[in-house]
Write a protein that binds this ligand. Structure first.
Ligand code: ASP
Ligand code: MG
Length: 464
């Protein structure tokens, strides 16, 4: 059994949905459980309609719901041929959109919008897309069955970012899903949505469909989880910066997590943690190019001789240098520094220390002034903005001699003002001037990947 999750762009229109049905048909032999997102943009439209309503802009809210209705009608009319099915779907879609309009009207009257209502409203996106997709599958002869995720994904009541209750979910999944699987049915369910133990609709937070896929894969112990999206997978670098970038066929969960910070927007690693913990491979695939092999993310990939797997960079970094003679031989100094960052809710990314100074980086400067004022109570503070972090990632880096040498050699005249080799030892991060960031990535990519060190690990982008 496998889980196949399709994101919003994979079901954005009738053509995309047909494509999804073809992909699922090909995997039929592996008993797929399909997790589907709302059609692209639907969740945003639903949430903004609710916001418009609470601001009293009810007409605008209704208009955007009408647009959403039209989009769904277009999808279903172009996907389904059987007149009676189209009729049934039209009625049901209209009924649900009408319900939303009433809800928005009440919100406008009350002038109050709770997270609980937002979840109820947002859930309609996935409920409609899954309904249409299931009918499309049935019409093409697949034994599809729609299972409402709210009957399985049981969560706490922290609406808008609810926590799944694994024990409940496991019980429900085994009771509901297993018999259907045994019956060789193809189950379709919604990503992102769930319900509390009291049966009230909740959501796992934005982008939560990947999480749903991993949760279901883990409680059902599936052989694989496929995340179908609109990119080929994880690349060795941003191809806009390094045009020779290749796709990685496999990487470790830890490598994927490091890269996520740098905006490798493929998926958020924390969402697939339940799968990784159970050693279930997660494969990221491109529904626009289904024959490309994708990127597999696993807990422990087979050892390879490739030390460096990817180069990433992030601009807009600010370095804060904190210097104080009080640090010398004192304990509690770092604690007092980090207390200030936590008090002002400012995450710190890289840290490097010497006997008398601490340098650290932040990328959110919204509360920088307050942080600096507090730090200046006991230290000398210097702020450097317009910096970038360049990160070199690879599980085998620490056990390969000469990597650092190659990095600095490749960088040549680009000066690093801060260097941090993570304790995790799977990355080296360098802080450089923002203006040098692209050139640094290009040079490092040329050094480590042009030509690629071991072809089995990589695939050209646009191949297949
Ligand atoms: N539709 C939801 C969102 O846009 C969940 C998802 O797509 O993963 O956030
Ligand atoms: Mg999404």
């Amino acid at each position: 059994m496998i889980v196949m999750k399709f994101g919003g762009t994979s079901v954005e229109d009738a053509r995309a949905m047909k494509n999804v049905i073809d992909i699922v048909t090909q995997e039929r032999g592996r008993t797929p459980l399909v997790v589907v997102s709302a059609i692209s943009g639907a969740t945003n439209t639903l949430l903004s309609a609710a916001e418009l309503a609470v601001d009293g802009k009810i007409e605008e809210a209704i208009n955007s719901l009408n647009d959403l209705y039209e989009r769904h009608i277009l999808v279903l009319e172009n996907l389904i041929d059987t007149r009676s099915t189209v009729q049934q779907l039209l009625l049901e879609t209209r009924r649900r959109i009408d319900e939303l309009k009433h809800l928005c009207q009440s919100i406008a009257v009350l002038g109050e919008l709770t997270k609980r209502s937002l979840d109820a409203i947002a859930s309609v996106g996935e409920r409609l897309s899954s309904f249409i997709l299931t009918e499309g599958m049935k019409e093409r002869g697949l034994p599809a069955v729609l299972v409402d995720a709210r009957s399985i994904i049981i969560t706490d009541d922290h609406f808008a970012s609810a926590t799944p209750l694994f024990n409940h979910i496991e019980e429900k999944a085994k009771a509901t899903i297993q018999p259907l699987i045994d019956d060789k049915k193809i189950i379709v369910t919604q990503g992102f949505i769930g319900s509390t133990t009291k049966g009230i609709t909740s959501t796992l937070g934005r982008g939560g469909s990947d999480y749903t896929a991993a949760i279901l894969g883990s409680v059902l112990n599936t052989e694989e989880i496929q995340i179908w999206t609109d990119v080929d997978g994880v690349l060795t670098a941003d191809p806009r910066i390094a045009p020779a970038a290749k796709k990685l066929k496999i990487l470790s969960f830890r490598e994927a997590s490091e890269l996520a910070y740098f905006g490798a927007k493929v998926l958020h690693p924390s969402t697939i943690l339940p799968a990784v913990k159970k050693n279930i491979p997660v494969v990221v695939l491109n529904s626009k190019r289904p024959n490309s092999s994708g990127t597999q993310i696993v807990a422990n990939p087979p050892k390879s001789n490739v030390a460096v797997k990817a180069i990433a960079s992030k601009k807009g970094i600010t370095v804060i240098n904190i210097q104080s003679t009080r640090m010398l031989m004192a304990y509690g100094f770092l604690e007092s520094i980090f207390f200030i960052f936590s008090k002002h809710k400012t995450p710190v990314d890289l840290v490097s220390t010497s006997e008398v100074a601490v340098s650290l980086t932040i990328d959110n400067t919204a509360r920088l002034e307050r942080v600096v004022t507090d730090l200046e109570e006991f230290a000398e503070v210097t702020v450097y903005d317009r910096k970038a972090i360049v990160c070199i990632v690879g599980e085998q880096m620490h056990s390969t001699a000469g990597v650092a040498d190659r990095i600095f050699h490749a960088l040549g005249n680009i000066n690093a003002m801060m260097i941090s080799q993570g304790a995790s030892e799977i990355n080296m991060s360098l802080v450089i001037n923002e203006a040098d960031a692209n050139e640094a990535v290009k040079r490092l990519h040329a050094e480590f990947f042009e030509p690629v060190p071991e072809m089995e690990l990589f695939e050209s982008v646009g191949a297949a």
